[in-house]
Design a binder for this molecule. Structure first.
Ligand code: IVH
Length: 583
């Protein structure tokens, strides 16, 4: 009990600190979702252990009515994301590929990519069943009781030809003009101001107590559908949207259908020019194959539809100074230079390092320790150094020397086939790679054993208790409980989980092996072709994986190179004896 009291006390302290930095200093120490999670956790504990509840808790501030009471419901069909790129060139490949694969007259529906909050509304017999946020794509929070904050969401669909069951997907957003006015008033209610329109929309949608101030302040634009019954109801994406309009939905006025590449490029250029004048935030354009029949044939990956892409706009750039360069060793042996710089604040998000990708990039940027550089966030997420803006005439500049030997195991680095990346090819004999390989084995799409983090693996490998993933299954509590810095409770939990772990799907197993470039989606694609581990190993060096859909030469070679090593075959065999691989 005393422990709970302390947990609550520490949580409050942490949250108050974050709030102070955010509200007073305008510095975001953690991303919004992490802050929300902490508040949710605190609110949960205060309800469960009500004797420790307090009116001075940050959860009692109006606005911090957190959503732990929203139920989760499944989307009938997953609400996927979009594959996004920052260069229009990626659209060329997409366009050429599908034109060639299908027919020359293929239509593409071009739309704005609205920077809002995705919502999925299920209608049956014209009436709303529920409205769900995206959540993890498969289930989302049921915010049906809050939809009155959206001005234009139809509660009842109009017309005679409405499908019996229909999932309508779209974006909820706030007009920029309203954002500026509201943000002033909102700081009293939420006790913070919002750095962007998306956060404000998310905050309003997920509030339990609603204020008149928000009533009908949000807007909904429909951009796609999920499940529809009867199926085959719609043939063209563009005309499907037009029909949604007749049912009562608002659709974007910038939706266009084009056949020619140059017209799509012109659309992108035009939107880029006028985007500031549009009264809601957009972060790019979306290009979708218009034929719904062809969309179905092309299908999805586990994350996004393969028949659509987004081309995003590049955004804010800030100046900072390089402090140092570190060289990180990846799981597959790639050495990546990472620049650490004086922290910069991108609308509340603090950024302090960026990958420099490879040696060529360092050389072409002409970057040194001490240089002033321009940093941007690709897609508002990944930090990237764009260029050096100071001349190297100062003695304090230190030229960067790319290492010749692995910073972890000191073996000589080699250039990979593309001649761009330096690699440590010592694989499991390099401690740094070994740790990452083990971590990967137990990760979400691998064995999915929670609690096995980098720190645990670091200690186990450094103490020579574990040398590979297999050893993890032979851990016992006794040895581990003697190790300093290990939390007893979590160790007992992990060992229990490892001891009882047995069944694993072949696609998770294949992913867990960590063969370069085999992600979970590809693993699933490969796995369905095999019925035993022996059959797979035999195939991997006798046959060609390119016969399998979506597998090119490079990936086929990666699998071959993995299984050509006798030690890998022995290792896989031993693992397959320990685990029950399900085909
Ligand atoms: S299509 C199944 N169209 O962007 C394909 N999405 O970053 C996904 N978004 O999850 C929906 N504008 O919430 C589509 N014109 C548009 C969009 C759009 C914004 C959102 C959507 C999606 C996210 C991916």
């Amino acid at each position: 009990m005393k422990n709970i009291k302390n947990v609550i006390k520490n949580l409050r302290k942490k949250i108050k600190l974050y709030e102070y930095f955010y509200n007073v200093l305008n510095i975001s120490l953690v991303p919004d979702h992490k802050y929300d999670k902490l508040l949710e956790k605190l609110s949960f504990l205060e309800k469960k252990f009500s004797k420790y509840d307090s009116i001075n808790s940050p959860t009692k501030k109006i606005g911090n009515n957190f959503s732990n009471s929203f139920k989760l419901n499944n989307h009938i069909l997953p609400l996927l994301s979009l594959e996004s790129f920052y260069k229009i060139d990626y659209f060329y490949n997409f366009y050429d590929f599908f034109k060639k694969k299908y027919h020359k007259n293929l239509d593409f529906c071009c739309e704005l990519k609205i920077d809002g909050v995705a919502l999925n509304i299920l209608y049956k017999d014209n009436l709303i069943v529920h409205a769900l946020t995206r959540g993890n794509g498969y289930s989302g929070e049921n915010i049906t009781n809050n939809i009155n904050v959206i001005k234009n969401l139809p509660k009842k669909l109009l017309g005679k030809n409405v499908p019996k069951v229909l999932e309508v997907r779209g974006e909820v957003f706030i007009f920029k003009s309203d954002f500026f006015n509201l943000n002033k008033n909102l700081s009293n209610i939420f006790k913070k101001s919002f750095s962007n329109t998306r956060n404000i929309v998310s905050g309003i949608l997920r509030r339990k107590k609603n204020s008149k101030l928000f009533n009908k302040k949000l807007f909904f634009v429909a951009h796609s559908i999920g499940y529809v019954y009867p199926s085959n109801r719609f043939k063209s994406h563009y005309f499907m949207l037009k029909e949604l309009q007749t049912f009562g939905f608002c659709i974007n006025k910038y939706n266009y259908v084009y056949k020619q590449k140059y017209k799509i490029i012109n659309f992108f250029k035009k939107i880029l020019l006028i985007k500031e004048k549009i009264n809601f935030d957009i972060d790019g354009i979306v290009i979708k194959i218009d034929s719904i029949n062809i969309q179905k044939k092309i299908g999805n990956t586990s994350k996004f539809p393969k028949w659509a892409i987004a081309i995003k706009f590049n955004t804010q750039k800030l100046v900072t100074k390089i402090l140092s360069i570190n060289f990180k060793i990846g799981r597959t042996g790639v050495i990546t230079p990472v620049a650490r710089f004086v922290p910069v604040n991108f609308s509340g998000v603090i950024v302090k390092n960026a990958s420099l990708y490879n040696k060529n990039n360092i050389e072409s940027l002409k970057i040194s320790v001490g240089s002033n550089v321009l940093v941007k966030r690709k897609g508002n997420v990944i930090p990237k150094i764009v260029k050096v803006i100071s001349k190297k005439n100062d003695k304090s500049f230190k030229k960067i020397f790319f290492p010749k030997f692995c910073p972890s195991c000191s073996s000589k680095l080699v250039l990979n086939r593309s001649k761009k990346l330096y690699m440590c090819i010592n694989r499991v004999f390099c401690k740094s790679q070994k740790k990452k390989i083990i971590l990967h084995f137990f990760s979400k799409h691998g064995c999915n054993i929670k609690g096995i983090g980098p720190r645990t693996i670091e200690i186990l490998v450094n103490k020579k208790i574990v040398n590979n993933s297999l050893d993890m299954f032979n851990l016992n509590e006794k040895t581990l409980l003697n190790i300093k810095n290990f939390n007893k409770k979590s160790i007992i939990k992990i060992v229990k989980k490892l001891n009882s772990f047995k069944n694993i799907y072949f696609y998770n197993f294949l992913y867990a092996l960590g063969i370069p470039e085999i992600g979970i989606s590809l693993s699933k694609n490969i796995a369905k072709n095999f019925k035993s581990i022996e059959e797979f190993i035999y195939f991997s060096y006798n046959c060609n994986f390119t016969k399998i859909d979506n597998i090119g030469k490079k990936i086929s070679n990666n699998i071959y190179s993995f299984f050509i090593l006798k030690r890998n075959i022995i290792y896989v065999k031993e693992l397959s004896r320990k685990l029950k691989i399900i085909f």
